[in-house]
Write a protein that binds this ligand. Structure first.
Ligand code: CP
Length: 324
C-alpha cells in the first residue's frame, strides 16, 4: 500500500480526493473477492484499533471488529461510560494515551453540535489515524459502502440518478450524517442526486452548499425538492431514510411531533414504480419497517440492503489497511 495513505485521518470524504476514494473502493473490491476465494490478507498483524462508541451500533461495530480480525489485527470496543471520559478526561489525554498503545482510534459520536467537534479534537492530538464511525455531520464509511454497492449493481458506464428522500420514522431523532455524506460524495463521482424532504427537515446549509459545488466540479446535478415522489422519478437508486429536523428545532418533543406530521413519506411499491425499470432500493439500516418502508419493498427483488451492509466490512478493511 502506498505510503501516502499511512497515518491519514478519515473524518469526512471531503478530506480525500476523488482518485483516492476510488482507489480505496477498488481495494475494497479486491479484498471482497479475495475473501470469497478464501485468500487471507493479514496486513495488520499485531496492530490494534480502539473503537469508542458514544452511541449504539450493530453494523459499524461488528464490521470494524470483524475487519480487524480478518486483517490479522485486534479491535477493542470502548464505551465512554466505562472509560475515564465519564469522569471528565478530555479528548487530548484520551487521544495521546491510546496513540501510545495502538495504531488507530475510531469514534462514533452523534450528539448534535458535539460529535464532530470531539472527533476533530481527538484527531488534533492523536499521533495515529482517527476514523469516523459516524458523527453528527458525517457517516463516511456508510457512504463508501453505498458507493461500492451502487457500482456493483449499476457499473460505471451509465449516467445515474440517486434519490435521497426523508422518511417519517418515530421513536428517536436520527442524525443528519447519512444524507449529508451522500449529497457530498455521490455528485463527485458524476452521480446526479435529488434530495427530497419536508421544509422542516433541511440539512446544514454549508453542507448543501458544498454539495452544490461538488456537483458542479463532478459534472453532476444536485437538486432539492419538497416532494417525496421527486426522489423516485426516473431514479436508478433510491435511499429513503429518516433524519431529525435538527436545523429547525433541537427540542426532542417538537422534533418527534414534526416527524409525525408527514406519515405519507414512506416508501412503498407505488413509489418504486416511478423509477427506472431496474431501480434499486438501499437503506443503511436499521430501517423502521412499516414506517420508513413497507416489507414488500425492503424484502423485495429491488432491495440490496444486505449487500450494502456487507460492503461496510470490505470498505472499512480497505480503509484500515491503507491508513494503519
Ligand atoms: N448503518 C449503520 O451505521 O448501522 P449501525 O448503526 O448498526 O452501526
Amino acid at each position: 500500500m502506498e505510503q501516502k495513505y499511512r497515518g491519514r485521518d478519515f473524518i469526512t470524504t471531503q478530506d480525500w480526493s476523488t482518485a483516492e476514494l476510488e482507489e480505496l473502493v477498488e481495494l475494497a473490491r479486491q479484498l471482497k473477492l479475495g475473501r470469497r476465494m478464501g485468500v487471507g490478507n493479514r496486513v495488520l498483524d499485531g496492530k490494534t484499533l480502539y473503537m469508542i462508541f458514544f452511541d449504539n451500533s450493530t453494523r459499524t461495530r461488528n464490521s470494524f471488529e470483524t475487519g480487524m480480525t480478518q486483517l490479522g489485527g485486534h479491535a477493542v470496543f470502548l464505551s465512554p461510560d466505562k472509560m475515564q471520559i465519564s469522569h471528565g478526561e478530555n479528548a487530548k489525554d484520551t487521544a495521546n494515551v491510546l496513540s501510545r498503545y495502538g495504531e488507530a482510534i475510531a469514534i462514533r459520536h452523534c450528539a448534535f453540535r458535539e460529535g464532530n467537534q470531539y472527533l476533530r479534537e481527538v484527531a488534533e492530538h492523536a499521533t495515529v489515524p482517527v476514523l469516523n464511525m459516524q458523527c453528527d455531520v458525517y457517516h463516511p464509511c456508510q457512504i463508501l459502502a453505498d458507493y461500492l454497492t451502487i457500482r456493483e449493481h449499476k457499473g460505471y458506464n451509465r449516467k445515474l440518478k440517486l434519490g435521497v428522500a426523508w422518511t417519517s420514522a418515530p421513536n428517536y431523532v436520527r442524525p443528519l450524517s447519512v444524507p449529508q455524506s451522500l449529497i457530498l460524495m455521490m455528485p463527485r463521482f458524476g452521480i446526479d442526486v435529488t434530495l427530497a424532504y419536508p421544509e422542516e427537515f433541511r440539512l446544514m446549509p454549508e453542507i448543501e452548499e458544498q454539495a452544490r459545488r461538488n456537483a458542479e466540479a463532478g459534472g453532476a446535478k444536485f437538486e432539492i425538492s419538497h416532494k417525496f415522489e421527486d426522489a423516485f422519478d426516473q431514479a436508478d437508486i433510491v435511499i429513503p431514510k429518516s433524519w431529525g429536523p435538527l436545523m429547525h428545532t433541537q427540542d426532542k418533543a417538537e422534533g418527534l411531533r414534526l416527524i409525525e406530521k408527514h406519515p405519507t413519506w414512506r416508501c412503498d411499491s407505488n413509489h418504486m414504480r416511478l423509477g427506472k425499470e431496474d431501480l434499486i432500493y438501499m437503506h443503511p439500516l436499521p430501517a423502521d419497517r412499516g414506517r420508513e418502508v413497507t416489507d414488500e419493498v425492503i424484502d423485495g427483488p429491488q432491495s440490496v440492503v444486505y449487500d450494502e451492509a456487507e460492503n461496510r466490512l470490505h470498505v472499512q478493511k480497505a480503509l484500515m489497511a491503507m491508513v494503519m
